[in-house]
Structure formats: C-alpha cells, structure tokens
Design a binder for this molecule. Sequence first.
Ligand SMILES: C[S@@+](CC[C@H](N)C(=O)[O-])C[C@H]1O[C@@H](n2cnc3c(N)ncnc32)[C@H](O)[C@@H]1O
Length: 301
Amino acid sequence: MSDHRPPRDASRDLYRRSGARKAPPPAAAPRESEGTVKEVTSLANPVVKELRALHMKKERAESGLFLAEGLKLVTDALEEGWPIRTLVHAARVKDQPLVKRAVATAKARGALVLETSDEVLTKICRRDNPQMVVAAFEQKIGRLADLTNPTGVWVALEGVKDPGNLGTIVRTVDSVGASGVILLGDTTDPFALEAVRATMGSLFHVPLYAASLEDFVAWKRATGIGVWGTHLKGAVDYRSVDWPETCVLMMGNEQSGISDAHVAACDGIVKIPMAGRADSLNLAVATAVTLYEIRRSRLTV
Ligand SMILES: C[S@@+](CC[C@H](N)C(=O)[O-])C[C@H]1O[C@@H](n2cnc3c(N)ncnc32)[C@H](O)[C@@H]1O
C-alpha cells in the first residue's frame, strides 16, 4: 500500500473547513497598504503592536492569526499555500534572493509587507537576536467529523500541555510520514510561538485536527479506525503488535497520562519497556519511539 499521507491539496482543503476550536474569523478586508512594501521605523507602529500581540493566546484566538519566525518557516508556509497577512523583514536582508522571493509571493497574495530595523524585529519577536523575517499567517485546524476517510497513522494527544512537546511531535509525525495529529480536549495552542518553533516548519505540512473525546469516539465509530493507547500500565510490548497501515496512536498528558475515559476509547494498550529507575519517558520521546516502530517497514535510509 502507498504512503497514506493525504495529498497536499487535499489536506489544505481539510484545513480550510471550520475548526472544532473557535473558528478563525473571516479574513478582514484588505488594508489600504496591502500588497505594497512599507518602511517602518517606529516601535509604536500599530502593525508592530498587532504582531507583538500575537504572542498572547487570547489575541491569536480572536484574530485567527499566528506568527512564524525565520526565512525557512515563512518560505515553507508560503510554499504550502498558507494564507499570509503580514510579512516583516529587516531592511538589511532585502536583497537576499530568498527574501525577495518571499516578499514577491506575499505581495502577490495581497499581504502587507514591512521593511524594518533590527530593533523593531527584536520588539516583534520579543527576543534579542531576532529572525530577519517574520510573518503572520491565518491558522488552519480541521474538524474531525470532516475527516471521513482517514488513512495512515494518526497521533491523538490527550490534553498535551507543553508547546515544545507538541511541536516536537508534529515534527516527528512529519519525519515518519504519518498522516496528522488530533488534539483531544484542552491542549496547549499549536499556534503558540514556542510550538511553531519546535515544529521546525512541519506545522505547515502536517494536518491538525481538534476534537472533544465525545467527537473522537463518534468519529472512531463512524470510520472504524483502530485506536492504540500507550500507558505505563500496559501489558503488551509495543514491539509485539502487528501494527495496521491505518490506525490512531493515542498518547497521554505529561503529568497524568491517558485518563480512564480515553483508555475506554482504545482498542488496545501498549507499553514501552522501562529498564532503569525513570518512571516514564518524556511524551515526545515516547511518541517518537512508538511511531518509528509502527512505521518501521515503511522507512528506509
Ligand atoms: C510523561 S508520560 C505520563 C506519565 C504519567 N505520570 C502517567 O502515569 O502516565 C506521558 C505519556 O507518554 C507516554 N509514555 C511515556 N512513557 C511510556 C512508557 N514507558 N510506555 C508507554 N507509554 C509511555 C504515555 O502516553 C504517557 O501518557
């Protein structure tokens, strides 16, 4: 069977449908200056303030936007067709070919492009040594009920709290050619800057879905997909399972693991053997170890 990752265009369509989280508001009418390059020197510029506000969850939820920092991430997002609103770059990198290309693409898509100083970029990124290119994109997250024919390996995360773990898991899902990530219940925001950074650009290639446990159980019933949980109390070694091509791997919360209600939604529970004195593996490490086993026969150097 072939790799089950959805074709790129299809996954974009999935993203475009409304999300189980609060749906991002419809794109605002183009601002007067969109599609043009403006020079910005003032730290008090309202666009700079808007971009800085995207560090806050509330502002991201209300605007439906998020920040991506660095030329690699911004280029990945543009190539995958993520809707861009604003691109900011340092004046001193404006002649670099890849920056010019990103600027041309952003302008062609009607985004506001700002040329600015390192000082303003430091303010937007809220850190010293900021990236020379930063952009605001529209969030995309799918509704699980719209994923009617899931194929390949999906990772479901119950209540993941650490944005670094979430970003690392998205990157690992991408690395093994798994199909996507399902966020269950109250999780950290996948569009928080720390999560976006940790994905190293995989955020733009890996479909994300969000669901309540109730919706997940209804989806499982409707699609017939098998669900395997990982648990420290599991009696089955994860290496002894004959993993199907299509399945869900469910992972638990960093502190409390998989709750009983989520265990009840699983068809099987596996454990990764532990030999030393550590209680458990880090969530992202446990996900990576298990995913590499599930996808072992599909992966070659
Ligand atoms: C840090 S652990 C949670 C530890 C938590 N105190 C508990 O009792 O489950 C986070 C998640 O990683 C996975 N995990 C970590 N170590 C594991 C192991 N040895 N076997 C199976 N799953 C493991 C499970 O999904 C777990 O819910």
